[in-house]
Design a protein around this ligand. Structure first.
Ligand code: GLU
Length: 271
């Protein structure tokens, strides 16, 4: 049984790129007689707003998309993500990082495949007493995966199954000591998305090509936690007339402001 999901972050109105992702996921499930889930990825409480969550429900209904209920809303499950962090910490795979963005920018200009600064490992080497003192003083900190230790805990090559292409080798080491618990919340996108796909029984992760590099890291987290690996279908991104990817950040137009009917939106996107 195929289970797919559409997993938007409620940081703004849905645009055509979201509609494509939702229709793509729904079609893959429907064609296979499978399940289609909606998941609200709202761990970033500074950027996500309840009114955008409400608008996602309304826009999907307007598009004629039917998903299973109840819908998982990530902000209601921080305890689950904290539990995973605790398990990784108990296995010596996680360490607190007290660096600020400026500290990291000064120490390294390199980038991870998803464009984040590549962490130079400063806090991995902190003497135990210094680490304890900083924690005791309540110094704000994130939790980072000790990538070398994680790779040692998962020997053997990792790969992911890409629809239509088969097994593709993964190189999670390119992410370095990635943040799994943010300073402002006990989760990160990478942790929450892999945890939730696993516990919700998602068997086919459909999402835009921009997230393909993250899949390498997600496979490592799945291997570390013993979560079953889903298959993946990374799809094309919808661009504007100038060829730029539609994004909330750059003010992509909300679906309902386009003056198109749901049928016209489906047709324009090739559904
Ligand atoms: N929440 C992510 C986003 O809005 C998508 C997560 C995923 O599909 O893996 O970009």
């Amino acid at each position: 049984m195929i289970t797919t999901r559409f997993a938007p972050s409620p940081t703004g109105p849905l645009h055509l790129g979201h509609a494509y992702a939702a229709l793509f996921a729904e079609r893959r499930a429907r064609e296979a007689g499978g399940r289609f889930l909606l998941r609200i990825e709202d761990i970033d409480e500074t950027r996500c707003r309840p009114e955008f969550t409400a608008a996602i429900f309304a826009d999907l209904a307007w598009l004629g998309l039917v998903f299973e209920t109840p819908v998982r809303v990530q902000s209601a499950h921080f305890g689950d993500y904290r539990g995973v962090l605790d398990q990784l910490a108990a296995r010596g795979l996680l360490y607190p990082c007290f660096c600020t963005r400026a500290d990291i920018a000064r120490a390294s200009r390199a980038r991870t495949p998803d464009g984040a600064p590549l962490y130079p490992g400063t806090c991995r080497a902190l003497p135990a007493e210094r680490r304890a003192a900083l924690l005791a003083a309540g110094t704000p900190h994130a939790f980072r995966l000790d990538m070398a230790a994680a790779l040692a805990a998962c020997p053997g090559p990792l790969s992911h199954h890409e629809a239509g292409r088969g097994q593709i080798p993964c190189h999670p080491e390119r992410f370095g000591d990635v943040v799994l618990g943010r300073k402002d919340c006990p989760a990160s996108y990478h942790l929450a998305v892999t945890h939730d796909d696993a516990i919700q029984g998602v068997t086919l992760v459909t999402r835009g090509e921009d997230l393909r590099p993250a899949t390498d890291l997600h496979r490592l987290l799945q291997a570390l936690m013993g979560w079953k690996a889903p298959q993946y279908a990374h799809h094309r991104l919808i661009t504007d007339a100038g060829g730029a990817r539609l994004a909330k950040r750059t003010g992509a137009a909300g679906l309902r402001t386009l003056g198109l009917t749901p049928a016209e939106i489906r047709a324009r996107l090739g559904f």
